[in-house]
Every structure is written in structure tokens, then in C-alpha cells.
Design a protein around this ligand. Structure first.
Ligand code: UN1
Length: 518
């Protein structure tokens, strides 16, 4: 297997040396396999990248939008032509099962397909003036140099949600991907630069750890080199990034955690709900921000749902992500260590189901349905925790990993209250055959995304993606909605009357007859 050396690329040139040290990105399904040697940058390197991006942005904005749209089209085609290779790298580096990795790469292609046409739209408006011989217009202007910081659970799809529209709108980019998905990030960066024929400096990538990134970002913002920040990651770090951006009078685009509820009503198709819970809860080993957090089951169907869900979970194959499995390893050792801490929140009032053990799958703590050698990587048992209630940490907080809570409700209002109780608001789902329940749930739930008879995961690439509460600050990605993140409206008024016409004051008024009655 090939092993890459990965370094930051600024102004089209790989950065020599490793001022932030070196790390190894390993295959989480086979820890002895090094996927990449990664040279990390320091805070000054991030500032240099921001300077380069800032310098390159004007000329990029001068490239006509339809030409930028063509660049996006070419990127999409090149990604499509490299789909299998990029997906295989995703699977090797972060352990996402290969079919899901193919889907993830498809999400880049879909995003390019959407935005290639936007280059020929990027519409502004013509607006009537309140005075004669005057015309009003609106224009979308690029924001400037954009810093994008992304997680490694969707190491290429989610970055494309930022980077494709940012470039299309005429912004330059500094991207800081997760260190543990650096080889995948390097491949993505190269496909974008080569496919798009992007001028040097328009799209830069910097590998750095979290604290270094924060320090570099702060310095770049202080120096006026970054005009917009996009961040996908934890609610805790997102709050700090939002605060930092706010101090610079900017609003960050934040895509944060979730505690995504699934309501199973009395009229639900239970088989469908079980299938949705299995994919939503345990797909990607529960490490999506759209992963199912808690199943909120009507008390009349709780026992039936739980029995079937536990059976399906126990029967599902886990293991080698290139085999036919429900899920593979944890993304990286740090996630399995943190997951162990979440498991410690399980109390005596809870009932555990779904596997032959909990925590790391090992020879001493085996799982019956396992593909491959569990000791070679970082694999965790799927865990269903029945009887969770508000006030239990396991109910209230995101537990990034293969863990699904189950609770019960009596009235739909209670179900909505339970769905909203943790204070996140990313994705949500309801299984019902009653349209009024679906619409009442939609109206009451605080989530930015609602699925009816579908799992909490699986958002399509052209609907607004984003959350409320602890899941984000209301920003939305994807489709036409993300344009508001990467452009600023400019209003133009043009008076060709040859005199100063004062708004609100020099406006003609027609005389109504208010006393008229039929
Ligand atoms: C994420 O978890 O950060 O809806 C993104 C989904 C994917 C994207 C998830 N299309 O599950």
C-alpha cells in the first residue's frame, strides 16, 4: 500500500519542513498501516496562507462567474473520473465502509453539478425606485478570503459544501482539514487545483492541530486577512470560533454537533423504523453529525420496536470497512477514547442491548458478527441504551459513536418536548402514517432538518443543511441558501435625472379618496 508524505500547499507550492511537528495518519482498521506522514504547520504558516489567499482573491473575483462555473464543472468531472480511488482512500484513512465512501464522493460531484450552473446565474435584482429617472439594483459580491476548518468524519463531502460555493462566488480559500484525514484532504486539494485549473493562491491547504489553528486564525483575523470562517466540528469549539469571528464583526458559518431524535409513533411502520434506526444510529459507527441520538418511542410500540431493533443490531456485521458491514472502525483513536468516556455515563437505571459486549471489540470482548481481526484496528460494539430520560448525560449530550438511546412518550407534545430537550437542533425524524402527526412534529421540532419515514442521516446535497441551538448559529449550507454565506449583497442606486432627488422626501403622492363608500 502506498504511503504518502503530506505537507501544506500555499500559493501552489508544497511547504518545506514541519514547523508544527510531524504526525502519522494511520488506517483505523489496521493500525500498523501508515496512510500518510503529515508535516504540520504552525500559526505563522496559517497567517502566510491567509495573506496569500487575500492577495489572490481580487484577480479570482475578476474571472467572470460563468468561467468560474466551468472550473467547478471540470472539478466535478475529474472527481467523477477518480471516484473509486478517492473513495478507497477515504475508507483506508477513516474507515468509512466503501459503499458509503462512494456516496460521500458522489456528494462532491452533486455539489459541483449544482454550482456549475450557478456561475451563469448568481442573480442580482433590478428593483424599481420610488422616484423617476432612477434605477435600483442588487449585486452579490464575494466576501473575500475564506478560512474553512473541517472535521474528518466527512473528509471530502462536507469540505466541498464550503469550498465549491466559496470558489464559485469568487472567494479564495485557506482550508484546514482534520489531521487524521490528511491524505484524503491532499487528494481532494490536488483534484480541485488541477481539475479547476485554479490560479496559485486561490485554494490553499494547511495541516495543523486545533490549538495552532485557533491561534493562527486569530492572528489572521487581527491582521484583516480573513473575511469569513466556516467551521464543522464540535459545539464547544464552534462556540469559541463563533466568539472569535464575532469579535471581528463577522458571523461564522457553523455546522456543529447534534443529538438527533427519531420519533416512532403508534402508526409507524416498525420494520422501516428499525432499518432507519440501524443506518442512522450505527452507520459510520455513529460518527456523523446527523447520527441518530435517541429513539423516542410511543409507549404502545416501545417493546416491539426495541426487541426488533436489538435483534437487527445484534445481527449486523461490523468490521473491515472493505467488507459488507454496517460499520467499520472509529475514525481515529481519539474518538474511541472519548467514546469510552460516554459509555461511562450509562447508569444502573439503563438497560443495555445490541451486542455481546460494550466498548472496544477485542479477542477478550468479542462480537459474534465481526468481519476481520478486531485487534488490528479500533472497533467498538454497537450499544443500545433503553430507559434514557432528560437529566441523564446520555440523553442530554451528543455521544459521537455507536450508541443509541431509547425512551418513551405518551402524547405527541411530549415527543416534541423530548426531541427538543437536549438543546441541539440539527436533524430529526418521525416515523408515522398520519400526516397531521408529521406536520405537527415538523412545526414543533427545533431541528433545521426533518425526515418523515426516513432516518436522521442522508441529507441531499441541494437542500439547506444546518442547525439551530447547540448545532449552529442558523447558517445554512448547500443549494442556493449557502450563497448568502459566501457573498454579500451590494445595493446600487443610479439616478439619471440630473438633479438631487431625495429619498422619502421628493416622492410623488397620489391623492386617495378615503371617504368613498359603495
Ligand atoms: C455530517 O454529518 O457532518 O446527511 C454531514 C448525511 C450526509 C452529510 C452528513 N449527507 O448524513
Amino acid at each position: 500500500m502506498d504511503q504518502r508524505t503530506v505537507s501544506s500547499v500555499i500559493a501552489g507550492r508544497p511547504v518545506a519542513g514541519a514547523p508544527g511537528g510531524r504526525i502519522r495518519s494511520t488506517n483505523p482498521a489496521r493500525l500498523d498501516e501508515v496512510v500518510a506522514d503529515v508535516a504540520l504547520g504552525d500559526a505563522p504558516l496559517l497567517v502566510t496562507a491567509a495573506q496569500v489567499a487575500s492577495d489572490a482573491q481580487r484577480a479570482w473575483a475578476d474571472v467572470p462567474a460563468p468561467v468560474r462555473g466551468r472550473a467547478i464543472a471540470h472539478i466535478g468531472r475529474l472527481v467523477e473520473d477518480n471516484k473509486q480511488a478517492l473513495a478507497a482512500l477515504v475508507t483506508r484513512e477513516i474507515g468509512k465502509p466503501y459503499p458509503e465512501a462512494l456516496g460521500e464522493v458522489q456528494e462532491i460531484i452533486d455539489t459541483c453539478d449544482f454550482f456549475l450552473g450557478e456561475g451563469r446565474r448568481l442573480y442580482g435584482q433590478t428593483v424599481p425606485s420610488e422616484m423617476p429617472d432612477k434605477q435600483l439594483f442588487t449585486f452579490r459580491n464575494p466576501v473575500g478570503a475564506v478560512a474553512v476548518i473541517t472535521a474528518g468524519n466527512f473528509p471530502v463531502a462536507v469540505p466541498s459544501w464550503y469550498i465549491v460555493p466559496a470558489l464559485l462566488c469568487g472567494n479564495s480559500v485557506v482550508w484546514k482539514p482534520a489531521e487524521y484525514s490528511a491524505a484524503t484532504a491532499a487528494a481532494f486539494h490536488e483534484l480541485f487545483c488541477r481539475g479547476g485549473g485554479l490560479p496559485p493562491g486561490v485554494f490553499n491547504v494547511v495541516y495543523a492541530d486545533g490549538p495552532t489553528t485557533f491561534a493562527g486564525l486569530e492572528q489572521a483575523l487581527d491582521a484583516g486577512l480573513i473575511d469569513k470562517v466556516g467551521f464543522t466540528g464540535s459545539s464547544e469549539v464552534g462556540a469559541r470560533i463563533g466568539e472569535l469571528a464575532g469579535r471581528h464583526l463577522q458571523s461564522a458559518c457553523l455546522e456543529l454537533g447534534g443529538k438527533n431524535p427519531m420519533v416512532v409513533t403508534a402508526s409507524a411502520d416498525i420494520d422501516l423504523a428499525v432499518e432507519g434506526a440501524l443506518f442512522g444510529g450505527f452507520g459510520t459507527a455513529g460518527q456523523r453529525c446527523t447520527s441518530l441520538g435517541t429513539v423516542i418511542c410511543h409507549e404502545s410500540v416501545h417493546d416491539e420496536f426495541l426487541t426488533r431493533f436489538a435483534e437487527a443490531t445484534a445481527a449486523a456485521a461490523v468490521g473491515d470497512p472493505f467488507a459488507d458491514v454496517l460499520y467499520g472502525p472509529m475514525l481515529d483513536i481519539r474518538f474511541s477514547e472519548r467514546f469510552e468516556r460516554f459509555l461511562a455515563w450509562i447508569g444502573p437505571q439503563h438497560k443495555i442491548m445490541g451486542s455481546s459486549g460494550i466498548g472496544r471489540i477485542t479477542a477478550a470482548n468479542p462480537r459474534a458478527r465481526f468481519a476481520g481481526d478486531p485487534e488490528a484496528g479500533i472497533f467498538c460494539h454497537p450499544t443500545i441504551v433503553d430507559g434514557v430520560r432528560p437529566g441523564d448525560k446520555i440523553f442530554d449530550q451528543e455521544t459521537f459513536g455507536p450508541l443509541v438511546g431509547v425512551t418513551t412518550y405518551r402524547t405527541l407534545d411530549q415527543a416534541v418536548e423530548l426531541a427538543n430537550a437536549p438543546g441541539y437542533g440539527l436533524s430529526s425524524s418521525i416515523y408515522t402514517s398520519d400526516a397531521s402527526e408529521a406536520f405537527r412534529f415538523r412545526r414543533g421540532v427545533s431541528a433545521g432538518m426533518v425526515s418523515v419515514n426516513n432516518s436522521t442521516s442522508g441529507a441531499e446535497a441541494h437542500l439547506p443543511f444546518g442547525g439551530n441551538g447547540k448545532s449552529g448559529n442558523g447558517s445554512r449550507q448547500s443549494g442556493q441558501w449557502v450563497l448568502d454565506q459566501f457573498t454579500r449583497w451590494q445595493a446600487l442606486n443610479w439616478d439619471y435625472s440630473g438633479r438631487l432627488q431625495k429619498a422619502q422626501m421628493d416622492v410623488a403622492e397620489l391623492t386617495p379618496d378615503h371617504d368613498f363608500r359603495l
